[in-house]
Design a binder for this molecule. Structure first.
Ligand SMILES: O=C(O)CCC(=O)C(=O)O
Ligand SMILES: [Fe+2]
Length: 330
């Protein structure tokens, strides 16, 4: 089994039949594996190349310059976070004591609004802020297109998810996994521990040259998430799984170390599409029946995310009351 590829070119041209086909293919992918990749997504190759170049230029700066953009105390997903400070294994209670061998730089919504935390804009490299803004604008549009297709796939009106995004909590996270010749892993350390994403969906710009991203099949085997040049990878997070009553799987994924003989770093950019923090996420009407009543109590989107971020920073995790890893089909 491989991660399916979905071409959005005809959908973006307004072809109704292509839209119905894409919605069906997305539904199958999200039921089976929780991941798919997209081509024909409309994000300009030059925008992607520019983002990658700027991100690498940021991470290549001296540590003191990066630390000057540190995530403010108490902040959720803003600014620079160094190696080992946020680790994904502990967010599920898996790999609770392991560090992720990555550093990151995160940005929230571009438009400040009530209750929206300010971004930390690095002064260098010059042009980074403009590049981030342009990429985030493009991905905001793509996220809206995808959520429209998700709504169609679930038999709901096209704009069903839009109100949940109005004061969105989307986050762009640039992720740099250093060359491991400079940073040999300690026993058990990997680029990223196994985790599920927290929100509605994630649009990942992968590093197709470096590899390393893997997703778990329902049977328990790990497979590589291979992406064609120019493709973006889409997966859903916990809140979308709850919304769909576990019809769709918020699947376990991780980033493994490169083989010892294959050096090199990995640069990826994850755009996390998070519902409004004050939105209540409860089973979508089309996803419940008398025989399959809602399985999850309603949750406040912001509270779920804050809890996960706290676990990623805690270094150890309490056991979860409500394990999200459903390995059976609904
Ligand atoms: O860098 C990657 O390829 C994946 C990162 C990831 O899964 C995450 O940060 O949630
Ligand atoms: Fe992830």
């Amino acid at each position: 089994m491989t991660v399916p590829v979905i071409d959005l070119s005809d959908v973006r041209r307004g072809d109704a039949a292509a839209r119905a086909t894409a919605a069906r293919d997305i539904d199958h992918a999200l039921v089976d594996i929780g991941f798919f990749s997209i081509v024909g997504h409309g994000v300009e190759p030059a925008l992607i190349a520019g983002l990658r170049r700027m991100a690498l230029a940021f991470f290549d700066q001296p540590a003191a310059l990066k630390q000057a953009c540190s995530s403010p105390e108490g902040s959720i997903s803003r600014g620079y976070v160094g190696i080992g400070a946020e680790n994904l294994g502990p967010t599920l209670g898996l790999d609770a004591t392991r560090r992720d061998l990555k550093e990151q730089l995160a940005f929230g919504p571009l438009d400040a609004g009530p209750g929206v935390e300010a971004n930390v804009w690095p002064a260098t490299p010059a042009g980074l802020a403009d590049q981030i803004r342009a990429y985030c604008r493009a991905l905001e549009g793509l996220a809206d297109d995808l959520l429209g297709l998700f709504a169609t796939a679930l038999g709901m009106p096209l704009t069903y998810f839009r109100p949940y995004q109005a004061g969105h909590g989307n986050v762009l996270r640039l992720l740099h996994y250093p060359d491991q010749r400079d940073l040999p892993p300690a026993t058990g350390e990997t680029r990223s521990g196994a985790h599920t994403d927290y929100g509605a969906l994630t649009i990942l710009l992968p590093d197709e040259t470096a590899g390393g991203l893997q997703v778990m099949l329902r049977g328990g085997a790990w497979i590589d998430v291979a992406a064609a040049p120019g493709a973006l990878v889409v997966n859903i997070g916990d809140l979308m799984a709850m919304w769909t009553n576990d019809r769709w799987v918020s699947n376990l994924h991780r980033v493994v170390n490169p083989p010892r003989e294959r050096a090199g770093r990995r640069l990826s950019a994850a755009y996390f599409v998070n519902p409004n923090p004050n939105a209540t996420i409860a089973c979508i009407p089309s996803c419940a029946t008398v025989h399959a009543p809602p399985r999850h109590p309603p949750v406040l989107a912001g509270a779920h995310r804050a809890q996960k971020i706290a676990l990623s920073r805690a270094g150890s995790a309490p056991s979860r009351r409500d394990p999200p890893l459903e390995r059976t089909h609904p």
